[in-house]
Design a protein around this ligand. Structure first.
Ligand code: ZN
Length: 260
């Protein structure tokens, strides 16, 4: 089972980062994708990856809520990393207008530039989109209008409705990263969106340390809890957990070109 989005290198784990990877492996997680967030996270991310080079992969990007006045330098560093270490994606990048709308224009610019970096290198893009669907789709449309198409995409931590899925598909045909939110009692629209998405477009993720699934809700999340997400999707779609694991693993391998 592949965790396509987890920040096990982040400071919430401290000395326990390797422990979290070991627990994940013991829980049946076979591969982990580590998306970057900002300048400071690059070091710890690379360190964890070097400790577990076979079962972890790197995605490199500047997260929209980590944009500061130093973003041109931060983006240059991201681009340099993309050409230094083997990265399976550009990410996580995108738009987030939930806490702060003041850098909206910069978010759009930084997102667009990172989409171009992915196109230049033939990499997929891990999209973070919070309270910003219209802006996100607008940037994607403008990139497509440049004439080189769009890279393969995943809308990570997708928590929208079936209607959102349809709006997104007017612009692109992404994967959707489903995490612990699907286990929450109040996530009925998302649960209903699963059939609109279809199993061939779903990848599993934890987004650790955030969004721990039931029965760990509210605790620090980790990749070892991913089977709870798998079980819930199985229950909602009338499949077995093994079937969900097989199809979502195949989706993740295709998206990120991971070894089988
Ligand atoms: Zn994330």
């Amino acid at each position: 089972m592949i965790d396509t989005h987890t920040h096990l290198y982040s400071r919430q784990y401290g000395e326990d980062a390797a422990g979290a990877v070991e627990r994940a492996l013991a829980a049946g997680i076979t591969h982990i994708v580590l998306p970057n967030t900002d300048h400071d996270s690059i070091g710890p991310l690379l360190e964890l990856h070097r400790r577990y080079p076979k079962c972890t992969s790197i995605a490199m990007g500047l997260h929209p809520t980590d944009i500061t006045d130093a973003w041109p330098e931060d983006l240059a560093e991201v681009e340099q990393q993309l050409d230094t270490d083997k990265c399976v994606a550009v990410g996580e990048v995108g738009m987030d207008l939930y806490h702060d709308r003041s850098r909206r224009e910069e978010q759009r610019e930084v997102f667009a530039r990172q989409l171009r970096m992915a196109i230049d290198r033939g990499l997929p893009v891990i999209i973070h989109c919070r309270e910003a669907l219209e802006d996100t789709l607008d940037v994607l449309r403008s990139i497509e209008a440049e004439g080189r198409g769009l890279p393969p995409l995943v809308f990570h931590s997708f928590t929208g409705s079936a209607d959102d899925v349809r709006r997104i598909r007017e612009v692109c045909d992404p994967m959707f990263g489903i995490n612990g939110v699907v286990t929450f009692k109040n996530s009925v629209p998302l649960q209903e969106a699963l059939s609109e998405i279809g199993l061939d477009r779903i990848v599993l993720e934890t987004d650790s340390p955030y969004l721990a699934p039931v029965p760990y809700r509210g605790k620090r999340n980790e990749s070892a809890y991913l089977p709870e997400v798998c079980r819930k999707i199985a229950q909602l779609t009338g499949k077995t957990p093994a079937q969900i694991e097989a199809v979502t693993d195949a989706n993740a391998r295709r998206l990120f070109d991971l070894p089988t």
